[in-house]
Write a protein that binds this ligand. Structure first.
Ligand code: C2E
Ligand code: MG
Ligand code: MG
Ligand code: MG
Length: 291
């Protein structure tokens, strides 16, 4: 009996020792229980208007606090949820939580803001995605203009599905954003046919912004292309004031990153409105620098 227990313990430890190399089958089983046992929750990361310096929205980011393993990053468990199909119920749960939370903020008298929700590939290609979004909006009472869906370029490869699905989602009135933009292979020819509202410049380009000429060029090109297509641009992963000022000078519309705020709980987000306004250099100032 003791030996058996010992073996079990060993097996368990072998999961955590290898720094996040969780056994996928075990993780899948644990993930099944995670929703029911309230182990999943959302964090929110502010999105800031770079002209006004004001927060105008937030991205919902999924967190899993496992009773034994502790916090597991989404990069570890989302692929397993995706592979197993669990992403469909989990994704719907995220959508409902995020919409309900945004509605609650509005009812409390907060400034109305847009909540962004990440969709995974399997969720986006799932035939029920449009009706799920419609159902969740109805159930939570959130008006569609306060919900943004983030998809990635790699999810848009199946053009026969992507174009009608995006149009159906737009008909509901929600906003669409292309996340991690620049890391995939979206054809510019298709891009112009996608009814998207925002391109989100991947953080890998923002990271080296002031050390790498190529990244400067890429960022400037994405901003100008987006504006020509009448699409807004968000930069993700802004960590320094220099990166922020560069993006302001090049007329990037919105930003997100640790410079403003890391992802926080729903309660903590309330305090971020005032704090962020204090730390963002006013656009006029950076314009002066430019002249
Ligand atoms: P993403 O959607 O591109 O989200 C941005 C990630 O960058 C988040 O990591 C965020 O915490 C992190 N980040 C934000 N600002 C900074 C910064 O200034 N510096 C650095 N180094 N990192 C920053 P997180 O929360 O670990 O999420 C990772 C990815 O997992 C997300 O990338 C998204 O693809 C996926 N994900 C998260 N939540 C969900 C979800 O609810 N559903 C789905 N399908 N995917 C999700
Ligand atoms: Mg995202
Ligand atoms: Mg991203
Ligand atoms: Mg990313």
């Amino acid at each position: 009996q003791a030996k058996k227990a010992g073996k079990k313990t060993y097996r368990f430890y072998s999961c955590i020792k290898y720094d996040g190399d969780f056994d996928p089958l075990t993780m899948e089983m644990e993930l099944h229980k995670a929703i029911k046992q309230n182990e999943l929750f959302l964090h929110y990361q502010p999105k800031v208007n770079l002209k006004t310096g004001k927060m105008f929205g937030a991205e919902a980011l999924l967190r899993w606090n496992h009773p034994k393993w502790g916090m597991i990053p989404p990069s570890k468990f989302i692929p397993i949820a995706e592979e197993s199909g669990l992403i469909i119920p989990i994704g719907e749960w995220v959508l409902r939580q995020a919409c309900a939370q945004n509605k609650r903020w509005q009812e409390k008298g907060c400034l109305p803001m847009v909540i962004s929700v990440n969709l995974s590939g399997r969720q986006f290609s799932y035939a029920g995605i449009v009706s799920t979004v419609e159902k969740v909006l109805k159930e939570t009472g959130l008006e569609p203009q306060y919900l943004e869906l983030e998809i990635t370029e790699s999810m848009t490869m199946d053009i026969e599905h992507t174009i009608p699905t995006l149009h159906d989602l737009k008909k509901l009135g929600v906003l669409i954003s292309i996340d991690d933009f620049g890391t995939g292979f979206s054809s510019l020819n298709y891009l112009k046919q996608f009814p998207v509202d925002t391109l989100k410049i991947d953080q890998s380009f923002v990271r080296e912004l002031l050390n790498n000429n190529h990244d400067e060029t890429i960022v400037k090109t994405i901003i100008s292309m987006a504006h020509h297509l009448q699409v807004k641009v968000v930069a993700e992963g802004i960590e320094t004031r220099e990166q922020l000022v560069f993006l302001q000078q090049h007329l990037c519309d919105e930003g997100q990153g640790h410079f403003f705020s890391k992802s926080v709980t729903a309660e903590e987000l309330n305090g971020e409105w005032a704090r962020i306004e204090q730390i963002v250099p006013k656009f006029g100032l950076s314009q002066d620098l430019h002249e």
